[in-house]
Design a protein around this ligand. Sequence first.
Ligand SMILES: Nc1nc2c(ncn2[C@@H]2O[C@H](COP(=O)(O)OP(=O)(O)O)[C@@H](O)[C@H]2O)c(=O)[nH]1
Ligand SMILES: [Mg+2]
Length: 206
Amino acid sequence: MAYGRSSRLQAVGGTGTPIAAVEPLALKILVAGGFGVGKTTLVGAVSEIRPLRTEERLSEAGAPVDDTSGVPGKHTTTVAMDFGRITLREDLVLYLFGTPGQDRFWFLWDELAQGALGAVVLADTRRLEDCFAAVDYFERRGIPFLVAVNCFDGAQRHPAPTVRAALDLDPHVPLVLCDARSRDSVKEVLAGVVEHALVRRPSARR
Ligand SMILES: Nc1nc2c(ncn2[C@@H]2O[C@H](COP(=O)(O)OP(=O)(O)O)[C@@H](O)[C@H]2O)c(=O)[nH]1
Ligand SMILES: [Mg+2]
């Protein structure tokens, strides 16, 4: 499903008639996963526009519900969403919407999911259970997704089959390793989710 098409100036041919320039297909991709798994980092690593962030300092009041154990150095949190854009190919632009990680923002997910082609569920193998809710959400709504394991330094690596089993993933759901800080790594993840979503939803092909 196309999220929209951006208009570009049309070139003018020799006869004076406009030649249709390549209009990039714009697709909406969600970036989900638990609190502190690297969603804001991922969007920031690839976005060509200054990512819109709605980070707030973690407050004392949120301390009982915002579990920062295992996320040292995490002082801010995304209260609504991250938003970024990347041109994957000349004719393909992705709009990235990072979902808020905390459970109390679930009500925003249905809005964000409107018109999404697919989703990336980021996972941290030290806290795999934090992405169960995102996996469930996309499975239930039939939104194609892949799981990208963010390989934090020092995080214990688990073989892909172990992670698959722990997440109880359907065999068709791709599982990839990534570094949310690396533009090239994130681009590969995004290309993977587009490919997967187009295979799962043939009607989305141009
Ligand atoms: N070492 C390492 N740190 C990361 C990586 N991805 C994110 N971080 C750090 O982990 C913390 C949480 O990331 P953030 O993007 O805010 O998580 P979010 O809550 O999912 O948006 C931040 O301090 C990031 O700098 C990674 O791949 N490796
Ligand atoms: Mg965030």
